[in-house]
Design a protein around this ligand. Structure first.
Ligand code: PLP
Length: 466
């Protein structure tokens, strides 16, 4: 039988094959792996070339439809896309901002919660709503956030019937504005939980809860972390969009992406596999530079998480990297072995061949907090553009690449207002903070504080779900 639609399989090789309408409700696969398409759909040169005359929503429709199945009609998809991006305040959705002849920012922060996570979460809220209301199903979403995912998810699901949403964030380790975006949403179905620990602790709790399959089933739990396939899928769109607006035929283009969980940059890699002519993907890290060390030395070893001025990428465990390892080796056995090494020794080591293969597409440089300050300062001085600390990591990291490219695009992953304490001190003004954020800061927070303890979280969930 020839399959007309793409199926999804696990990176660890022993989970059921799923269709899109199933994979969207999966977090981790039952074997502990992550779902990936069985093959990469490739768009033709003509199709990609035609994007220059199409809107963001039209491009999204073409790119996303190759990953779906018969459960979503073309009209359904168009409506979901239009509803999702009508909440954005910029008509281009993800506009490119030119800094100079060969440097651009791809602004991904014009959605309701001011960070790139909205691009996927608005879409997922709408598409899940469609599936759930069709099937009269009820689900409970459980997620961990280093600050931005939670807000985007809450915003995407706050009005969705048949859904409760529980979001864990590391207590006192996210910015004030990030916290307000999450904890001031007034909705019966939203639960914010501050965990006394780091983001990695929060991710661990989620992984442990989801690995209890009985608990997961009894409580209809669903994940929307960056391991959810549909998020990655939505994020491929803006790479196509950016290239369509760059007029870059015959030019070399590098994308620099501030990276934590490896979701955003993985989407860039997938767009490359789908036929987009990207010359280099640069993994930008802060002092939590595990991926920079991995790309440059092959040694992937966990250290302690450092708290920095770019908290959304203060991560050691970068979940989606597993998807890249799988794609580079096409071996579930290999992935299983490395993940088991990581679990028992906090470390694995990649062979020279694999490192070389990764380096054919990726580079990586890390940026210190001191450098972040200088970059924000210089960007304001030279271009009169105020950027957030994550975007600064992206720009600074791009500047460290020795290789020459005709065009460098840095993904501007958050609005500076989200990190206004850091940014206003550097640029000497806070007039970049929109009224929406100023008003929000006056509202009361609504959240509970719990210990870093899986049993307590499970009990909390059971009490609320009933
Ligand atoms: C989530 C986030 C990142 C990191 O994205 P990953 O997909 O986890 O690599 C970077 N910047 C900001 C502002 C974010 O919210």
């Amino acid at each position: 039988m020839i399959d007309k639609f793409i199926n999804y399989k696990s990176t660890r090789g022993s989970s059921p094959i799923l269709k899109f309408n199933e994979v969207i409700f999966e977090g981790l696969a039952v074997d502990g792996g992550l779902y990936v398409p069985e093959k990469w759909p490739v768009l033709t040169y003509e199709q990609i070339y035609s994007f220059k005359d199409k809107s963001y929503n039209e491009i999204a429709h073409e790119v996303i439809s190759v990953f779906l199945d018969e459960s979503i009609s073309s009209q359904d998809l168009a409506k979901i896309i239009n509803d999702s991006y009508s909440t954005f305040t910029n008509s281009e959705i993800t506009p490119l901002r030119k800094l100079d002849q060969n440097q651009f920012l791809l602004e991904l922060f014009h959605g309701p919660t001011f960070a790139f996570k909205d691009l996927a979460m608005q879409f997922i809220g709408n598409i899940m709503n469609l599936y759930l209301s069709r099937n009269k199903r009820q689900i409970n979403i459980l997620g961990a956030t280093s600050g931005d995912t939670g807000a985007a998810a809450i915003e995407g699901f706050k009005n969705v019937d048949n859904v409760n949403i529980f979001i864990l964030h590391p207590h006192n380790k996210i910015s004030k504005v990030q916290k307000k975006f999450m904890t001031t949403v007034e909705s019966e179905n939203v639960y914010n939980i501050a965990i006394k620990g780091t983001f990695d602790d929060c991710q661990n709790i989620i992984k442990t809860v989801f690995s209890d399959l009985e608990f997961k089933k009894n409580n209809n739990l669903t994940a929307i972390n960056s391991i959810n396939w549909a998020r990655i899928m939505c994020q491929t769109v803006y790479y196509f969009y950016a290239m369509s607006r760059l007029d870059a035929t015959d030019k070399s283009v590098m994308f620099s992406v501030p990276t934590g969980n490896f979701g955003d940059i993985l989407a860039g890699y997938i767009s490359f596999k789908m036929g987009l002519k990207i010359s280099r993907l640069n993994i930008a890290t802060n002092e939590n530079d595990i991926l920079t060390r991995t790309i440059n030395t092959g040694i992937h070893d966990l250290r302690d998480v450092k708290t920095t001025s770019s908290p959304s990428i203060d991560i050691q465990v970068s979940s989606n990297f597993e998807r890249l390892l799988f794609d580079m080796t096409n071996s579930a056995e290999f992935v299983k072995e490395q993940m088991s090494n990581l679990k028992s020794n906090r470390k694995y080591e990649l062979s020279k061949e694999i490192v070389k293969k990764i380096q054919n597409v990726f580079s990586s440089h890390s940026v210190s907090q001191q450098e972040v300050k200088e970059i924000i300062h210089n960007c304001f001085k030279d271009y009169n553009v105020i950027i957030d600390p994550h975007t600064a990591v992206g720009l600074g990291s791009a500047n460290k690449c020795e290789e020459r490219f005709d065009i460098k695009v840095t993904l501007a992953t958050a609005h500076p207002a989200k990190f206004n304490d850091t940014v206003s001190e550097i640029v000497g003004t806070d007039d970049f903070i929109p009224l929406k954020v100023r008003d929000m800061m006056e509202l009361d927070d609504n959240y509970v504080i719990l210990d870093n303890d899986v049993m307590m979280i499970k009990k909390f969930l059971e009490d609320k779900i009933k």
